[in-house]
Write a protein that binds this ligand. Sequence first.
Ligand code: NI
Length: 128
Amino acid sequence: MKPINIKDKFSKFSKNWHPHQIAVVDDMQVILAKLKGEFVWHSHDDEDELFQVIKGTLYMQLKDSESDDGIRTEVINEGEFIVVPKGVEHNPCTKNDEEVHVLLFEKLNTAHTGNVQHERTQTEYPKI
Ligand code: NI
């Protein structure tokens, strides 16, 4: 058991949209990811997903039938986090070519592309 330095862990990888596991908490895991551009629309049937922004600004698109165009975007700034509830379709994005660093907290069996198979889908997250 040792302190984990988040900045140091981010320096160990560079690939975007590639989750890396930095800790396990019972049946949950702590993940780091570097995001740039738009991901893919997906949802998780049985898992909530927490996104904490460490660097940059994250734009979380959410399907929302009460919005005019059916999509609502939540802006998550550095030092803020959002919990996407199970079943809600979401698509994380960044803007202005910014690379955004996020920490995720979710179940060990959560697939990052959820119910969608995509060229970006990773089934194993490197442990760093
Ligand atoms: Ni997700």
